[in-house]
Design a protein around this ligand. Structure first.
Ligand code: SF4
Length: 326
């Protein structure tokens, strides 16, 4: 079984008004355009930061931006300078287990790759076979971060109920590496008191190392009132988990998020340092370099997490005729 629970989500459709290929103003995205295929995300992670965004459509609801492909098809040929890559997706997941989302994502990604534009993906989802084949066929133009926060299926089922099972995520990391796709691991967010145990982190990094991945990014959970409320409601039958999480935040501190110009409640620097140092040492033993996400750790040594990959130079211009797709 690919998903921990049977999916229950309402799917609605809307037209995207804004341009698809607008460059991001976020420093860590290096000016790449970012595309959300939906508002809301069917993975329904309890800690999801995007629940607080104005576009969030409500619990168990996904709004698919149905005209995304047509807009992309209209915009790309008009660009004087093609983007080096497009990042899917800043506040949703392109591999939610919803057919309409998967189909739309496939069409957009294939169109970009066939026009020599890179595709960057961050996902906790199950990447379908045909996307895998597409990525393998354009491996030098694809960079993927696979986010896996724990190997514990029970914990994943509670906190990431409709995302791919941890083992599926690990296996697809290995598959991507074998296909020649630049693949990175992401452990975000580590849940303090729950997924930050040293034995758990050591086993997780061991499994990541077996996939051939050489780079990982880590960040711990932060809280906002919206996230705390969601956790409290959804963990009402697991008060032990809620209490463990909250007790870790007793000596918490306010933190300014770089990427969003907002303030959140973060673990103390000492606690974060402790988790990151342990993980860094464990990863080093497996030849994996570790980045601490700067957006969420601006008060301590950190760096770009390469969330949208590393794209150093533009690709060669595509032939004009390639744009005349029917
Ligand atoms: S996969 Fe990402 S975007 Fe989707 S619910 Fe989970 S944290 Fe939010």
């Amino acid at each position: 079984m690919d998903h921990a629970k049977k999916l229950q989500v309402e799917v609605a459709f809307a037209d995207r008004k804004a341009a698809v290929l607008a460059p991001s103003t976020l420093e860590c995205l290096s000016g790449l355009p970012t595309v959300n295929l939906t508002a809301g995300c069917a993975h329904n992670c309890l800690y999801c930061y995007s629940r607080g965004y104005s576009q969030f459509p409500g619990e168990n609801k996904v709004v698919v931006y149905a005209n995304t492909f047509e807009k992309l098809q209209a915009e790309l040929p008009r660009k004087r300078k093609k983007p080096v890559a497009v990042y899917f997706s800043p506040s949703t997941d392109a591999f939610q287990p919803v057919d309409e989302v998967l189909q739309l994502g496939y069409r957009c990604m294939r169109y970009l790759l066939e026009h020599d534009v890179g595709v960057a993906v961050l996902t906790k989802g199950r990447i379908p076979e045909r996307h895998m084949e597409l990525f393998a066929a354009h491996s030098t133009l694809v960079q993927v971060q696979v986010d896996v926060t724990t190997l514990d299926e029970g914990i994943a089922a509670v906190f990431e109920p409709y995302a791919a099972l941890p083992d599926v995520r690990i296996r697809q990391m290995a598959r991507l590496v074998r296909a020649g796709v630049t693949t990175r691991a992401r452990l975000d967010p580590i849940l303090p008191g729950i997924t930050d145990g040293e034995a758990d982190l050591a086993t997780l990094v061991e499994r990541i190392a077996e996939t051939g991945v050489k780079e990982a990014t880590i960040a711990t959970l932060f809280l906002r009132p919206m996230i705390t409320g969601t956790l409290r409601r959804n963990l009402s039958s697991r008060p032990d988990l809620f209490a463990r999480l909250m007790s870790e935040f007793e000596d918490s501190r306010p933190l300014a998020l770089h990427a969003e110009k907002s303030r959140v409640v973060s673990l103390s620097v000492a606690k974060r340092q402790c988790i990151y140092s342990f993980f860094r040492s464990a990863a080093a033993r497996h030849g994996i370099s570790v980045r601490v996400c700067a957006c969420k750790n601006g008060d301590m040594p950190s760096e770009s997490c390469n969330i949208a990959g590393k794209w150093t130079k533009p690709h060669a211009p595509a032939q004009t005729s390639l744009f005349s797709v029917p």
